[in-house]
Ligand binder design. Sequence first.
Ligand SMILES: N[C@@H](CCC(=O)N[C@@H](CS)C(=O)NCC(=O)O)C(=O)O
Length: 305
Amino acid sequence: MADEIILHHYWNSPFSEKVRLLFGIKGVAWRGVIQPVIMPKPDLIPLTGGYRRIPVMQVGADIFIDSAAIMAEIERRHPQPRVIRGADWALNAWADRILFQPTVAIIFGAIGGAIDPAFVKDREAMSGRPFDAAAMKAAGPSARGQFRAALGWLEAQLGDGPYVGGERPSLGDIAFWLNVWFYGSVLKAQLEQDISDFPQAAAWRERLTAIGCGTHTEMSPAEALAIAAANEPDAALQIAHDPADPSGLSPGASVTMCADDYGCDPIAGSLVSANPHAIVISRQTPELGRLNLHFPRAGYVLRAG
Ligand SMILES: N[C@@H](CCC(=O)N[C@@H](CS)C(=O)NCC(=O)O)C(=O)O
């Protein structure tokens, strides 16, 4: 069906877990396509034009890149219960980028020698940096200390209600959850030891675990590609172009999009619209016809060319 929400993900992906929790909070029904953890990703790249990261959401021939664009679109489609309030995005960006660093150091420092060499090679190629398990191991105690500082902030916040934003789950919870879930999914006993010093955070973790991830049924990658091929981008999903956009670019311009942190494989297309919230580009592809790609504005670089 053209309007089904299709999440391209894999189960141990922490950025996908954010989206899955949002599905759970809102009670959304979704289809899941399992994509590989490392390159090649022959059933993903035709949809994204080169973006290899996970998660990616597809609705017909509209492709939402990055958990931020995905969550914004889910909130728009399913406004009740409200989960996202403006400044939640700042907490989300902190959790994705700042807190994620100690989380990764704790996890990969601990499992260092047991990491699949193919995974190491893939992530080195993606980031352009050596995957230094020894350095992460050395950073472990400091990273753990920093993680516990964040647990302390969470604990203090939960003094005002069961969730970060008060009585109802919000994007603030999802932001912390990315890291708490990832840590606990790999090093369960150690995370439980750390969080036991923060009783409200420990109870919060149980509340979020109980929410689950909505109703999902699996879909094959081939079916998802066939849906993209059989549909045209939905005009109703177009955002207003800001004629004063600082890029100086107008709709129709040839552009590339790139993540501004790591994993930057430039994605080429023509600009549909850009505004302070999002950027939409269009790609005419030989295999799947026309696709519109939706990016968050924050965290991405738009260039002419
Ligand atoms: N800013 C992106 C980050 C996504 C990200 O880094 N995802 C990880 C998996 S959780 C990834 O794609 N790793 C490389 C891969 O799976 O190929 C987002 O919020 O979606």
